[in-house]
Design a protein around this ligand. Sequence first.
Ligand code: ZN
Ligand code: ZN
Length: 210
Amino acid sequence: MSIIPLWNWCLTVLIETGNKKILVDTGATGIALTHNLGLLGLSFDDIDVIFLSHGHYDHTGGLPATKGKIITHHHAFCERSLVAKQDVSVDLTGPAPNGDHHSLEYQRGPVKLAEGVITTGEINRIHDWEELSIFRIKKNEEEEVDRVWDDQAVIINSEYGLVIVAGCSHAGIINTIKHAMKITGENNGAYKHLLRHWRFSSYRSGGGQN
Ligand SMILES: [Zn+2]
Ligand SMILES: [Zn+2]
């Protein structure tokens, strides 16, 4: 086996605390994930929970290679697409979990994953200039504009301040940071690190969506 880590367009982050190993997202195919996990001397048996930041395939495509407990939002496995301009649609749907290999927990509010590690839940969207209206979601056979309400981040309350692990940040990265500061009570701007693979969108006002 190659000892060189593999890279592909996607996101997977391993968070290790004292006694927990948390995988945030699974990449686009699972090839790089499985390989790189092996380089760390780990297998999926060592992972306590897989948290999916949202349902786009570059974050969930590796699911078939995994097993264990999954926590995510209830929109994560809906059909999704990106419509950049009229008649140009890109399918963003990821694979569904496998009932034989996964246990599934849907959460739309913050969840404690380990000591000092929580999810944001649905992110309060304050700034309307952070949203792109190019996404679509299919629910109950009806396609509608997708504001990507499943977009959630993970917050690590470290000795250095808040560390935020975000996916695409469709909710908007500033909205995400403000939300993280609000729900942790860390309102002194103490976040030090931000880990995400790109900013893609954000928002309007109001709460979540069914
Ligand atoms: Zn992405
Ligand atoms: Zn995305």
